[in-house]
Design a protein around this ligand. Structure first.
Ligand SMILES: [Zn+2]
Length: 265
């Protein structure tokens, strides 16, 4: 699916937003996804996870989904894999106190307003008229080696399909700052999921601020921890019982845990 094209299949991005993964990932599949993603740049990793969890949509197709939509599916996958409870640490930027944040998926995962990626959005401000779409992973991949300030405006310019002042066509880079701001604001309003900010208040000094929560990197680091722990278990059981890796992998999670408890208890 090229950027901007409408999704086509039942399982494709843009539909079934509440659906759980079509495959409940087994340990083997998750381990393979982790292995594939480990050598890839971070922005590609969520695409690999989603294409394994929803196998009727390829990673390439996921790259064409809006970031909010991608993240909504990542939340759904995360809930299946690790449950709805999140725990993260933030440091107060004023007094340095370390805060433990606990929340659930439902607390921070807003429902998208249903705009499909590829749908054209518009901003009209005095004589300026801009047509644009929501950013997707293709856009993030295109700017992955740029510095963040340059990268954000490059993403924005990629998403603008037409800009004009009166009858005169403009390049995106020629638009005044306040028009660009209006475009960003509308993108954020339509795709709130793509830019999740958590409001935090420091109990020590009462400073209040917001922190960006990135489900893609959060989930990836959880999978990484899980994979390393899992491989340690395989190592323990394989060494103790003389089993092969695939024999250990074929155990159910319950049995594996019982053997691990006996081996390490
Ligand atoms: Zn503080």
């Amino acid at each position: 699916m090229s950027p901007g094209a409408r999704p086509r299949e039942t399982g494709a991005p843009g539909q079934l937003s509440q659906q759980m993964p079509t495959t409940i990932l087994n340990a083997d599949a998750l381990l393979a996804a982790w292995e594939r993603g480990a050598s890839q740049p971070p922005v590609r990793r969520p695409l690999i996870l989603l294409s394994v969890a929803w196998p009727d949509v390829s990673a390439e197709e996921w790259a064409g989904a809006g970031i909010g939509e991608r993240d909504e599916r990542l939340f759904a996958l995360r809930e299946v894999l690790f449950g709805p409870d999140f725990e993260t640490i933030a440091a107060c930027p004023r007094c340095g106190e370390r805060l433990e944040l606990n929340f659930r998926t439902a607390d921070i995962c807003p429902h998208r307003s249903g705009n499909a990626v590829g749908e054209t959005l518009q901003v009209q401000m005095s004589d300026y008229h801009v047509e644009f779409r929501l950013p997707n992973t293709h856009d993030l991949l295109a700017v992955e080696n740029m510095e963040s300030a340059v990268a954000s405006s490059a993403v924005l310019e990629r998403c603008i399909s037409a800009a004009s002042c009166g009858d005169a066509p403009l390049l995106p880079s020629e638009l005044p700052a306040e028009v660009m701001e209006a475009v960003i604001e509308q993108m954020a309003g339509v795709d709130a999921q793509a830019d999740l900010q958590i409001a935090i208040s420091c109990p020590g000094c009462r400073h209040e601020w917001t922190m960006l929560f990135d489900i893609a990197s959060y989930l990836w680091s959880e999978i990484e921890d899980w994979a390393r722990g899992f491989l340690r278990d395989v190592h323990v059981l394989a060494s103790l019982y003389g089993w092969t890796e695939s024999e250990v992998l074929s155990l159910s999670a319950v049995r594996r845990q019982i053997y691990i408890d006996m081996a390490t208890g």
